[in-house]
Structure formats: structure tokens, C-alpha cells
Design a protein around this ligand. Structure first.
Ligand SMILES: [Zn+2]
Length: 100
């Protein structure tokens, strides 16, 4: 991770790091892929038999929801005041994600 990006992320002052939230969404994408498989043959259920680049598609798609403002408003709140993530921090979060 680029040092500037890491610095921007630490400025969020969140109880749960942005990266950790992104990981939860990522892993939930994998979980969905497993749970939505209805297959009598275990060897081809879930992610079995799926190419590895394709295995990551649902999980990486789910990561995008971490940066969706409406989605963030449902859970990204101050731990004491319950205020939603301020717009300024939201913009920094999105900018840090795409920083090159
Ligand atoms: Zn993955």
C-alpha cells in the first residue's frame, strides 16, 4: 500500500478499519457464492471447479458496496453520536481507494 493511501485511511478514526470492512464484504461475496449454489454433487458445489479468477469476481464485486454512499450510511456511524460518516471523510475514503 502506498504510504499516502495508508495515511488517508488512518485519518478516518473508525473503530473498524476501512480495510477490515472491505474484507468483510469481500468474504461475504465468497459466502454468497457458496450459499447460492444448489448442487447435489459436492465436487462442483460452491467455488469448486470454478477458475480462480472467476472465484474472485463475486467477492470483488461485493467490495464495491463499501464505497456506495447509501450502503455506508446504513452502518458507517460514529460510535458515540451515531452520526453518519461525514461527506468530507467519505470523499477521502473514495479518493484513497483509487489513488495511484
Ligand atoms: Zn477472495
Amino acid at each position: 500500500m502506498h504510504p499516502s493511501k495508508a495515511h488517508a485511511l488512518t485519518q478516518c478514526n473508525m473503530c473498524c478499519c476501512c480495510r477490515e470492512v472491505e474484507t468483510v464484504f469481500h468474504e461475504f461475496g465468497h459466502a454468497l457464492q457458496h450459499m447460492m449454489t444448489k448442487q447435489a454433487e459436492g465436487l462442483v458445489a460452491g467455488i469448486r471447479g470454478v477458475e480462480w479468477d472467476a472465484v474472485e469476481l463475486p467477492s470483488q464485486f461485493m467490495e464495491n458496496w463499501c464505497y456506495n454512499r447509501a450502503t455506508l450510511n446504513t452502518f458507517a456511524r460514529h460510535y458515540e453520536t451515531n452520526e453518519p460518516l461525514p461527506e468530507e471523510l467519505y470523499k477521502k475514503l473514495v479518493a484513497a481507494r483509487t489513488f495511484r
